[in-house]
Design a protein around this ligand. Structure first.
Ligand SMILES: *[C@@H]1O[C@H](CO)[C@@H](O)[C@H](O)[C@H]1NC(C)=O
Length: 385
């Protein structure tokens, strides 16, 4: 991994003013049990979001098993924080207290010469308790780009995130969603990046490695990581990255009448309405354990699951749909979540989808672009070259 990342960093440091920003993403590999947990957590995260009343969105989710995260720096001199880049929320938050026994990087504003007090409180009720803190402004560096005086939340109570956060490998969240779901109506990170004038284009794109780390690019797309042309689909709503879904098919059978989907980098799975997913699972011969996760016999031959977006088919075949194997049992990367109106019902296209398809998030033209992801050669073969 280190060699691949070093070359990426070296390339980034040779470029000047309006250049893309490369953020290497680490990937945490999960065990079979952790994968099962991640299905649960994905469901709980959405249940927490949906429990939020009125227009007040829940953005502090349980990202216990979030697999991809990258480094930013907050303050002067820069304090390193590992954050999950999450297209399903719109705020930056970092911790200013270490939970007991945890090893998180914390942000200490007393050690920053560019810190500015804001003091507006930030409080969210999450599943097992509150998550709260205050807004503050400071310089935030993402790759080579510095946001001056950016307002974010510094969180002192994370008990609501439970043990998952204490043991987790990331410190905070950097939301890449739209203004309308920004808590406190603070400027979103992407808006601040665009307003800095330093991005060649107002877009970002994710490459999520399969058996290796990934890369998040701001300001452009990386031809190394996709093949063919992009197909674009206009956003139907600028809250989450939401688009019209034409159809969902298993083999050649239509399996959902739901007409909306979001692409969410902060969700590790594919998720659809519970009834649709139960129907699909039954057709796959999958068994539900604890009501949320589905397992199948690894030797079973699964039909393709296809999402039609903007008139084009995006197909996930057996290896794309399976997350983990334990003996002869494989976990399906598919779960049921009912998102109510007005935002739902919808399908959530998480990391399972984003590993197969390279997604360009076009903030300027309010659209999503999809191309086939090219998974780099495995680490071992790269190092042997
Ligand atoms: C705190 O931040 C919000 C959002 O950016 C802003 O509207 C407000 O004026 C700030 N308050 C102070 C005291 O700086």
């Amino acid at each position: 991994m280190s060699r691949v990342i070093r070359s990426v960093v070296a390339a980034a440091s040779t470029v000047a003013v309006a250049a893309v920003i490369r953020v290497p993403l680490q990937k945490r590999e999960l065990s079979f049990e952790e994968t099962l947990d991640s299905v649960n957590m994905g469901v709980q995260k959405w249940e927490a979001r949906l429990a939020a009343r009125g227009d007040d969105p829940v953005i502090i989710d349980d990202y216990m098993n979030a697999q991809y995260f990258g480094e930013i720096e907050v303050g002067t001199p820069g304090q390193k924080e590992m954050v999950v880049f999450d297209t399903g929320s719109s705020n930056l938050w970092v911790p200013n207290h270490k939970p007991f026994l945890s090893s998180h990087n914390i942000y200490d504003h007393s050690k920053s010469s560019t810190y500015k007090k804001n003091g507006t409180t930030f409080a969210i009720q999450y599943g097992s308790g509150p998550v709260s803190g205050v807004f503050s402004a400071d310089d935030v560096a993402i790759g080579d780009l510095k946001l001056k005086d950016y307002t974010f939340a510094e969180v002192d109570k994370t008990s609501g995130l439970g043990i998952g956060y204490i043991l987790g490998k990331f410190d905070g969240i950097l939301g890449l969603g739209w203004d309308s779901i920004s808590v406190g109506h603070v400027k979103t990170p992407m808006k601040a990046l665009v307003e800095s004038g330093k991005l060649p284009k107002p877009i970002f794109a994710f490459y999520l490695g399969n058996n290796q780390p990934g890369e998040l690019l701001f300001g452009g797309v990386d031809p190394k990581h996709y093949s063919g042309d992009f197909s674009f689909v206009p956003l139907s709503s600028a809250t989450y990255w939401q688009i019209k879904l034409d159809a969902v098919k298993l083999g050649s059978d239509s399996v959902s009448s739901v007409k909306s989907a979001i692409v969410d980098s902060g969700t590790s799975l594919l998720a659809g309405p519970k009834d649709d997913v139960a129907k699909i699972a039954a057709k796959l011969g999958a068994k539900s354990i604890l009501g949320k996760e589905y397992v199948v016999d690894c030797s079973a031959k699964l039909p393709d699951l296809t999402f039609t977006l903007g008139g084009k088919d995006y197909t996930l075949s057996q290896p794309d749909l399976i997350l983990q194997q334990s003996g002869s049992q494989c976990i399906l990367g598919l779960t049921g979540i009912d998102v109510p109106a007005p935002r739902g019902p919808l399908w959530i296209l998480g990391d399972v989808f984003m590993r197969k398809y390279y997604v360009q998030f076009d903030w300027g033209q309010q659209r999503l672009g999809f191309a086939k992801a090219v998974q780099a050669a495995s680490e071992a073969s790269v190092l042997m070259v």
